[in-house]
Each structure stands twice: as C-alpha cells, then as structure tokens.
Design a protein around this ligand. Structure first.
Ligand code: UDP
Ligand code: MG
Length: 309
C-alpha cells in the first residue's frame, strides 16, 4: 500500500480537491493507497474539511496538531502515522503534480527505495527569490555533498527509508536534505512546479531567511569555521600593523595614526561580535536539541479503516 502524506496549514479549499484528485488518479491506476492529512495548527476550517473527507472516503485519515509546528514536523508526523509499504510526501496545494505519484510508485515497484521529485522548472518566482534560493542550495549541496539545487519535498520513500528517517534523534529536521543523506537505492523523477490555485504561499521573505539559516546550521559547521578564518586574517593584519607601529615608534614618528586606531577597533569589534553571534546560534541549537522536547504534539487522530497505528 502507498501512503500519501499531505501537510496542511490553512488549506481549507485544497483538502477536498487534493483528496479527490489523488483518489481518482490512484484508483484508476489500481494502486492501493491511504491519504494522511496532517493539520499543522490551521486557523481556518482545514480540520473540518479533513474530517469531512475522512467520513466520505475510508482511505483518508487525519492527524491534528495541537498548534502550528511547521511543515517539517508535519511531514514526520504523517510518516509516523502512515502504515504503507511506501510513503509519498507532497504539498497539499497540488503544486506537486499528483500524476507524478504514479511514476514514482512504478519506480518503487522496480526496487528503488528513495524516489526524489526534482524540479524541472521552479514555477513563478521573483528574481531576488531565485538568486537567494540559488545561494542557499549551493551551501546546502556542499554540506550534504549531493546536488540539491532542484530538490523538493516531493518524495516517495520505501518503508526502510521511512523507518531510518523516523529513527533520527535530532529535533531540527531538514527533511529535504536528510532524505538524501540516508542513502538507499535512489533515483529521481522530474516534475514541473504547478501554480497554486487556491490560498497563498505561507512563506514570507523573512521566514525564508530563517529557514535557510536554520537548515544550513543543522547540516554544516562551516559558519563556525569562518570564525577561525576571520581570526587568522585579523591576526595576520595585527602582525603587519604591529611591525609598522614599532618601526614608526623607534624612528620617532609615533604620534599620527589615530584614524587607524579607530578603524581597527571598529573592525575587530564587529568581527568579534559577529563571531559570537554565530557561535551563539549553534549553542542555541544545541540547547534546543538537549532539551529533547517532542517535535510535535498530536491532539487528535481520525481515520479510515486502513489506520493501523
Ligand atoms: N505547510 C505546513 N505548515 C506550515 C507551512 C506550510 O504544513 O507551517 C504546508 C502547506 O499547507 C503546503 C506545504 O506545506 O501543503 C507547502 O507550503 P506552501 O505552499 O506555503 O509553500 P511553497 O509551495 O510556497 O514553497
Ligand atoms: Mg505551495
């Protein structure tokens, strides 16, 4: 059986559409399936819609979060409550075309364990967005050592891969990269990002910046090593300037150079503060991990006859 996991945050208009389309496509292909909606603390009627869909279609199940925990948490909760032999994760705004699910499923039948959806085109985006996404993915690709520039959260995972992902103890999960990091027999399927038909994207520029920083930190310690590199540069500068000052002192021209002093204090001061900030961020993340709070809290589960766990 294939479990399709759909994280949903304020998607009241899409629940019905998504379950209908997926139902139609998978039924006509004769693929046994269940649909797991995870309501990530929506403020609209999303949960009522999920309940309604579950009443009408026994393949539909729902998980209700106690508040908004974010998409990564919602995807993991969906995977945890899915009982399929393979699980697909996709956006419930149908920007990931459900037709591709069939293609992915066929590849799974051929023995692939991780089938990644890669974006052929990125859909409509502003130039700034595209450029910053480019920088972000270059850094992340270096950290994971896999090309992530066209990666998405649209994936189909074998039960083995799902269990591997769920056994990761870390709180701060970057699903897109972690599902590549686990390895297994991997292949990819290209798809075109569709236009959103209803509702709006939940991402503001600021939330994307936070997302980028959080995920770079969760996968790489390079920012902290930059601190050391900056320290080495400042030290070299100090040696050169130190020698120059001593030469000036001994040759009797030591009074000038107040501007240099001010500049040096400003420069070194700011490097130290930025460095402390970077280290502080890592410490904050360690603190979060050490607290070991659950990634999400579930207040309710509903679901069809296929629900086993
Ligand atoms: N989503 C979620 N929790 C959040 C934000 C988004 O579960 O806090 C879901 C959302 O309902 C959708 C998917 O994640 O199914 C992708 O979100 P969105 O379409 O806003 O992102 P975009 O497609 O613009 O990257
Ligand atoms: Mg979307």
């Amino acid at each position: 059986m294939l479990s399709v996991i759909l994280p949903a945050y304020n998607e009241e208009k899409m629940i019905r559409k998504a379950s209908d389309v997926i139902d139609r496509i998978l039924s006509s292909e004769g693929i046994a399936y269940e649909i797991v909606f995870v309501n990530d603390g929506s403020k609209d009627r999303t949960w009522e819609e999920i309940e309604q869909a579950a009443r009408e279609n026994s393949h539909v199940t729902g998980v209700l979060f106690s508040r908004n925990f974010g998409k990564e948490a919602a995807m993991l909760a969906g995977l945890a409550s899915a009982s399929g032999d393979c699980c697909a994760v996709m956006d419930c705004d149908l920007q990931h075309p459900p037709e591709t699910l069939v293609e992915m499923y066929r590849l799974w039948e051929q023995g692939y364990e991780v089938i990644e959806g890669v974006k052929r085109t990125r859909g409509k985006e502003s130039a700034v967005h595209r450029a910053s996404a480019g920088i972000f993915y270059r850094i992340i690709s270096k950290a994971v050592k896999i090309d992530m520039s066209r990666a998405s959260d649209f994936k189909l995972l074998d039960r083995k891969a799902v269990d591997a992902l769920l056994s990761m103890p870390e709180r701060n999960v970057f699903f897109r990269a972690l599902s590549s990091w686990i390895g297994f027999r991997t292949t990819s399927v290209e798809f075109d990002v569709q236009e959103r038909t209803e509702g709006e994207s939940k991402w503001s520029t600021w939330s994307l910046v936070q997302y980028a920083v959080k995920n770079i930190v969760s996968f790489s310690t390079v920012p902290m090593q930059c601190v050391t590199v900056a320290g080495v540069f400042v030290f070299l500068l100090a040696v050169v300037l130190g020698i120059q000052s001593l030469v000036k002192y001994f040759s009797g021209h030591a009074v000038e150079g107040f501007t240099t002093v001010i500049l040096l204090i400003l420069m070194i001061g700011s490097i130290i503060m930025i460095s402390l900030g970077i280290i502080g961020y890592y410490i904050a993340k360690i603190y979060e991990e050490v607290k070991g709070r659950p990634r999400y809290l579930i207040s309710k589960k509903i679901g069809g006859t296929t629900m086993k766990r």
